[in-house]
Design a protein around this ligand. Sequence first.
Ligand code: HQG
Length: 179
Amino acid sequence: MGERHTVKVSKYLSRHLRHQPDRIGLTLDPAGWVDIDTLISAAAEHGFRFTREELDRVVATNDKRRFTVDGARIRANQGHTVAVDLGLPPATPPPYLYHGTHPRALESIRATGLKPMDRHAVHLSPDRDTATRVGARRGRPVVLVVDAGAMHRDGHVFHVSANGVWLTAAVPPRHLRFP
Ligand code: HQG
């Protein structure tokens, strides 16, 4: 399978495991899992073909480890817009986490803090480099420092996804440092 097809399969999986399972007649279970054979058949019926071997390769080589396979089932590790409960236990964050964004968002973020927007949670990165890559998806990246230790002490709940993305419901402006 060529690199281009790998990326296409990865994007297809993200779309249908995070955002629009119903587009191909799939239903995720409450924790976001779906049977792999059912997924492959549903995709084929909607004109997109890939094999179990190709899926396993995408899962194993994905740059962000976006998916977990558990026996006959698969789910996305984070990033959902459909309702799922990943069942992640609360976790103690490191003292600082990072959020990559873009200059156009700054005024609003200064006023209201970080919001989940269309997703379930605000996504935070464990290091500046990762946050820079996240911000660069939308133009010139701006990296905000999140005082995660203080938030945790204030009672904010954090979770860490299977691929190392830190998730929290919102970040108030007072816990953000702007460059
Ligand atoms: C911004 C990708 C205005 C926020 C990445 C971001 C990540 C606000 C955008 C994952 C705001 C939401 C998530 C506020 C937040 N006012 N703008 N109050 N609060 N924003 O895509 O963090 O490739 O939902 O800064 O690598 O960019 O999909 O979140 O610019 O891990 O696996 O609103 O998505 O991973 O955008 O990215 P997103 P994100 P995948």
